[in-house]
Design a binder for this molecule. Structure first.
Ligand code: AP5
Length: 221
């Protein structure tokens, strides 16, 4: 039997549009979306031990220690739903240590997409981002404002402030090269500065064209 389940990593700088593209990917491919940022924010809100530990790093725009995030992702990837539908990892792995841990656990993607966007654009995207806490939908005050019926309930993330975004960008640039090296054979770079629908056309092309890893055991194995 051929395993046609997609296992996708989407990576890119803060505010490069990962979450925005994930919405379309989930709609079109039915993958289970696992965003480490969302999982960590939920843990902080629920005041779990993990949330308490992660909180300080997140509010200053630092990365949370690898082991905390690795355990979180591992737990999610082990669910039956993920095994059946495939996965879409958003914001993980984002350090060499996280990529190495994935490999060591035998968790290998079929597709790796890097959204490329210049830093000046990223800053204005992050500062203008608004989030609907009820649906998780992402908006932007200028380019994609929330409908007036829900505008009042939309919030700004507390790490979307200039100095914190700078920290997040610095962390991103410091970790990019080792991440590219870890997935150099699979990583496809997409121009993420184009409008979301155009970016998705490219993402869709990549996800539909690349043949998923063939897990068929060899007759001679
Ligand atoms: P996380 O939540 O992953 O944040 P991030 O990587 O900084 O990414 P963002 O969520 O900011 O942006 P995005 O790329 O999803 O962009 P979006 O689609 O919203 O992580 C937060 C924190 O958690 C980290 O700082 C760290 O502390 C911790 N953490 C998470 N994962 C970790 C890990 N693996 N290891 C350690 N720590 C970890 O779009 C942004 C805005 O732009 C929106 O307003 C949107 O409307 C707009 N937009 C999107 N696409 C377009 C487009 N094509 N054109 C115009 N506007 C667009």
């Amino acid at each position: 039997l051929r395993d046609t389940t997609r296992k996708v990593i989407i990576t890119g700088a803060p505010a490069s549009g990962k979450g925005t593209q994930c919405e379309s990917i989930v709609k079109n491919y039915g993958l289970v979306h696992i965003s480490t940022g969302d999982l960590l924010r939920a843990a902080v809100k629920a005041e779990t031990d993990l949330g308490k530990e992660a909180h300080g790093y997140m509010t200053t725009g630092q990365l949370v220690p690898d082991q905390l995030v690795i355990n979180l992702v591992k737990e999610k990837l082990e669910t039956d739903e993920v095994k059946k539908k495939g996965w879409l990892l958003d914001g993980f792995p984002r350090t060499k240590g996280q990529a190495m841990a994935m490999k060591a656990l035998g968790i290998n993607p079929t597709h790796v997409i890097l959204l490329n966007v210049a830093d000046e654009i990223l800053m204005s995207r992050a500062l203008g981002r608004r989030l609907d806490p009820e649906t998780g939908k992402i908006y932007h005050i200028e380019t994609n404002p929330p409908p007036s019926s829900i505008a009042d309930r939309c919030i700004q993330r507390d790490d979307d402030q200039e100095e914190k975004v700078r920290n997040r960008l610095n962390q991103y640039h410091a970790n990019l090269l080792p991440l590219c090296e870890a997935y150099e054979d699979l990583m496809v770079s997409v121009d993420g500065s184009l409008p979301p629908e155009i970016v998705f056309q490219k993402v869709d092309e990549i996800l539909s064209q690349l043949s998923p890893v063939d897990d068929t055991p060899s007759l001679f194995a």
